[in-house]
Ligand binder design. Structure first.
Ligand SMILES: [Zn+2]
Length: 271
């Protein structure tokens, strides 16, 4: 059994501000240590429950956050900066389950820790429903017939994820107080819960349905920052549907994800 883990940093226990998620500060080093512990705990519990091979996608920032030497030997880490796709490199139908660790709320969520969908400058919807990174990744996996078996993150991110993934196992790491503050559960307690829920999720893997959408899929792109309008209009195939909104029809979730990643990358690009 092969398991694919996408690990992000914003949703792990104790992380509440961007200062903790990059740079060379002691805050980042401490957050990176806990991030590594949480990924390791999930790998160990998955291996104990029957997984034989694990791919870990170090999804956050420059992709150099996990300490690979701390991982079990059965796990391999996809790491490094600027990859061809946004978190699903090498994910295909040979995997039995997807685990999304440390997720965060979608762009333009008024509460929740560090809200964004690859960028804060754009919000995305699929058929009128807001989508975040966890929605897109679970739909891409669904397209490969791979169920999302476990998600961890703050309580609001978990609330958002539950809507589209009712049978996915969930672990709450903290309760948001503001966009950069939260009531945090003890890191050791989070590790225990992650292990427990991973074991349950792997055992129940065949009962968890992969989310799927029949194409063509309608993506709506809403600009929260109008200064990026000219560069978004460089992309062919986007139909302007309002002052700050565009529509794209995709034939697959990977195509939709590429448009999301492409527009978000352009939005963040410094000229
Ligand atoms: Zn991140």
């Amino acid at each position: 059994m092969k398991i694919y883990i996408v690990a992000d940093m914003e949703g792990i226990s104790g992380v509440v501000t961007p200062e903790q998620t990059s740079g060379s500060s002691s805050y980042f080093e401490a957050a990176r240590f806990q991030y590594t512990r949480e990924v390791k705990a999930v790998c160990e519990a998955a291996l104990e429950s029957g997984a034989e091979e694990i791919y870990i996608n170090d999804f956050h920032g420059n992709g150099l956050n996990i300490m690979p030497e701390k991982m079990p030997k059965e796990a391999m880490v996809i790491r490094g900066t600027f990859r061809p796709c946004s978190g699903f490199d090498l994910l295909d139908k040979t995997f039995s389950g997807l685990i999304l660790l440390g997720v965060h709320v979608r762009s333009a969520t008024s509460k929740g820790v560090i809200p964004h969908t690859y960028t804060q400058k754009i919000s995305y919807e699929i058929f009128g429903q807001p989508v975040g990174e966890f929605d897109l990744l679970s739909l891409i996996a669904g397209e490969c017939n791979v169920p999302t078996i476990l998600i961890s993150g703050d309580s609001l991110a978990i609330e958002q994820a539950r809507t589209n993934l009712p049978s996915t196992h969930m672990v709450i790491t903290k309760f948001p107080v503001g966009n950069e503050s939260a009531l945090c559960i003890h890191p050791d307690r989070v590790i225990e819960q992650l292990k427990e829920e991973t074991r349950r999720a792997v055992k129940a893997i065949r009962t968890i349905e992969p989310p799927q959408i029949a194409p063509p899929t309608q993506l709506v792109i809403k600009l929260n920052d109008v200064s990026i309008t000219p560069r978004i209009e460089w992309i062919p195939g986007l139909k302007k549907t309002g002052e700050n909104t565009y529509e794209y029809l995709g034939q697959s979730m990977k195509e939709i994800a590429n448009i999301v990643y492409g527009t978000a990358t352009l939005a963040e690009c410094k000229f």
